[in-house]
Design a binder for this molecule. Structure first.
Ligand SMILES: [Zn+2]
Length: 200
């Protein structure tokens, strides 16, 4: 579901697009005409973990994702925690693993979701127990890991290169979408064939 901020969070007045002088010049933003509150719409920090367990990289598939699309462990940073605490918490919640050491790899924009991805390498220990949010996981030798062209994938590629690997970059989402389209078009053809048989 796509949420939209429409009302002032302080006084519940409907927001309006208002041009106002800011440090960088005149800027149009959603603002409250009553109390002056501004909806800055700042990006949300998202923590991502390249989880390493016994020398292998753990990639997981979200329950909402298509088949064969795997990614890093991610989650929203929460109020009152450091990025390191947050990423260790997410790894524990989503995989049941304990973070033994953390290293910041990179920070990327994710414009479509208005997020900023803060990616860590997390050396972990323990037994994998996935949260219901995740459907399945893979533990891969680093040299067999492929990356993908988005913030989390670029962080993974950077980390792999720092280990002397040269990962293939592949757009798993695009491939999954193409596969779904091909499936849908096959289904359409089947339906069309069925219809023409009925007509005959
Ligand atoms: Zn207001």
């Amino acid at each position: 579901m796509h949420y939209e901020t429409r009302y002032c969070t302080h006084c519940a007045t409907p927001l309006q697009w208002v041009i106002q002088a800011e440090d960088g010049g005149d800027v149009s933003r959603l603002r409250c005409p009553e109390c002056g509150w501004t909806h800055w719409n700042n990006p949300t920090p998202v923590l991502a973990a390249i989880v390493e367990l016994d020398g292998k990289v753990l990639l997981a598939r979200n329950a909402a994702w298509p088949e064969k699309v795997f990614g890093l462990i991610t989650g929203f940073m929460e109020a009152g925690e450091s990025p390191e605490e947050g990423v260790a918490r997410e790894v524990a919640e989503e995989t049941g693993l304990q973070a033994e050491s953390l290293e910041l790899i990179s920070v990327h924009e994710f414009l479509r979701m208005n997020q900023v991805i803060i990616a860590f390498h997390v050396r972990a220990s323990g037994q994998v127990r996935l949260s219901p949010e995740l459907l399945e996981y893979r533990l891969l030798e680093p040299e067999k890991v492929q990356a993908w062209p988005s913030g989390t994938g670029m962080a993974l590629a950077k980390w792999l290169r720092s280990r002397g690997h040269d990962p293939v970059i592949r757009d798993f989402w695009k491939r999954a979408e193409q596969a779904q389209e091909a499936e849908a078009s096959r289904a359409d053809q089947d339906t069309a064939a069925g219809l023409s048989r009925d007509a005959a």
